[in-house]
Design a binder for this molecule. Sequence first.
Ligand SMILES: Cc1cc2nc3c(=O)[nH]c(=O)nc-3n(C[C@H](O)[C@H](O)[C@H](O)COP(=O)(O)O)c2cc1C
Length: 325
Amino acid sequence: MKTRVTEIFGIKYPIVQGGLAYLAYAELAAAVSNAGGLGQITAATLRTPERLREEILKVRTLTNKPFGVNFAIARHDGQYQELLEVAIEEKVPAISITGANPQPVFERIKGEDMKTLVLVSGVRQAQKAEELGADAVMAVGQEGGGHLGRDDIGTMVLVPRVVDSISIPVLASGGIGDGRGLLAAFALGAEGIEMGTRFIATQECVHANEKYKQEILSATETDTVVIKRTLGSPGRVLKSEYTQGIIQREQGGATYEDLKDMISGKANARYIYDGSKTEGFGWAGQIIGLINNIPTVQNLFDEMIVTAETGLARVNNIIEGRTDE
Ligand SMILES: Cc1cc2nc3c(=O)[nH]c(=O)nc-3n(C[C@H](O)[C@H](O)[C@H](O)COP(=O)(O)O)c2cc1C
């Protein structure tokens, strides 16, 4: 496979593992990079410069392939700068930025040999990222797990809109988890994909509690809901009494202060690490409806490539008027 994304990031497959709070540590990032994609560790979860540096060094003991560090800059409460310094000092090959205006990050890394990805949920953000000098954007639609755009635009419409609006490469994100999604992304004009939820159900996602993985396997596409909509920062989670409780409180007029414990990183970690559905929640996208195994990342990629090839042959048959089967 060859697109501008594989060329810019020096990877075999244009598949990026999204920043995954409390899950994206060295084991998963290295597995993704070793399998030919771009793995990432998540700076926000590591919190301190020391821990981030340790984790970067750990990735480097597990792979010699390119990898990235994710910066969800709103969630650092202004503390991301010192983590960014570590990424610069350690000369990480790539960073991804989400959560707020990325301008200060671009100003700081000017002149550094570091590739950049910006997660966007709309055309205006994508144009801004291009103006700032991003190497590529990842356009995430409403199907996605975790934080979303406020405008409820699905991947199918968002991706071609963004592709038509900028000239840097676009990666499609949100609702992609198999070779059909990969092929569809290319058909929409994307030059790669980002996946989040799919990577939770992999062998190398060692930080996810077995209950989280099993729930992703058994759930269907109707088993997610969007929380925090009334707070202006919508995010897709697994449906449960706990997450329905958040929504009910929101509908009852609850403020951020009222909800902050229920929606905190600690509550997220309680579900991820302990599997506690009564005291925590887990981010997940609608793609859970299509996830039914826990492969290694390598096996996942192998299968995705075969499925994309088969799908392409099928599409060719249809377009050329041969029978579908
Ligand atoms: C469990 C989970 C945690 C996430 N945490 C982050 C994060 O810390 N930083 C980030 O940029 N995106 C985060 N995201 C969003 C993903 O990077 C990605 O954009 C999204 O999962 C794509 O949609 P998909 O889940 O349908 O693949 C998270 C998503 C999930 C499912």
